[in-house]
Design a protein around this ligand. Sequence first.
Ligand SMILES: Nc1ncnc2c1ncn2[C@@H]1O[C@H](COP(=O)(O)OP(=O)(O)OP(=O)(O)O)[C@@H](O)[C@H]1O
Ligand SMILES: [Mg+2]
Length: 326
Amino acid sequence: MENNKPLLQLIHLKKYFEVGSSFFGKTKSYLTAVDDVSIEINRGETFGLVGESGCGKSTLGRSIVRLYDPTAGQIIYDGEDITTISQHEMLKYRKRLQMIFQDPYASLNTRMTVSEIIGEGIETHNLYSGQEKLEKIYDLLETVGLKREHASRYPHEFSGGQRQRIGIARSLAVEPELIVCDEPISALDVSIQAQVVNMLEDLQDNMGLTYLFIAHDLSMVKHISDRIGVMYLGKIMEVCGSNELYRNPLHPYTQALLSSIPIPDPKHNKTHKRIILQGDVKSPINPPEGCRFNTRCRYVKDICREVTPQLKEVEKGHFVSCHLFE
Ligand SMILES: Nc1ncnc2c1ncn2[C@@H]1O[C@H](COP(=O)(O)OP(=O)(O)OP(=O)(O)O)[C@@H](O)[C@H]1O
Ligand SMILES: [Mg+2]
């Protein structure tokens, strides 16, 4: 019974950053990085999150693992509200909820050996010690395609792809349930992206992991995701099954994102028209009133400039936030 419940539920989640105040400090301005996001992630699934740079993907991921304190809304993990629990109480969830960071260069402590980096979580959660801990570290290195000899080396001795593998081994070390994978392959060469994705998929099968997989473009997440959420200026514009999103994209923004993916089959190319987005990408400091996408939408109507559309289920399991569907 319990397993049918979503593993993670975000309910009207917001994360605003304060970006300065007026001369007398009376009015503050906020950057609305994550603005009223409600999604659910089921046990064992991969939920892909896509959107352009700066739309709030990393901020959402970091808020989920409580590296940021949310401004409003709720994070429900396995039925428990973890939105405002203390860092001390969060410790037990740190074991269950891990994050692989976007930048494999910045996310590893350069003064620690690989063994110390991977072993840190094992120690914090008292999982193994002594020889057992060392064996576990060796196992993890082999799991991510590195060698046990690598344990005594430092991050600067590795390539970008290898560092990302170290980051993955670190997150696996505590035997988590859900991993927020923040663009785990974007910084890597195309030739090794597929290897890392395949590895993440194998790990998921073997360990029953749940992923929130963040990426810039849809071509990267299609293959790996069960469902996909499309984000624009802090808001979720569309959520549905991965195949459904490609077959039947409803939101004008999703349609534009999809049209920018090159199609290898020339037969299809004739009917494949690229939609060039007009208008500016607005800043999350002064987001447009109404629908966040109204400044670039081909179908914009008056209501879109006035009323913010809500995410609505328009077909079974297919949610869209757009006045065209109200
Ligand atoms: N710590 C912070 N303080 C202030 N503003 C921040 C902070 N972190 C992110 N932002 C801002 O929040 C917005 C969303 O940033 P975020 O890093 O979440 O975007 P993203 O979708 O992950 O982008 P990318 O694809 O480039 O990684 C941006 O406007 C960014 O400048
Ligand atoms: Mg990011």
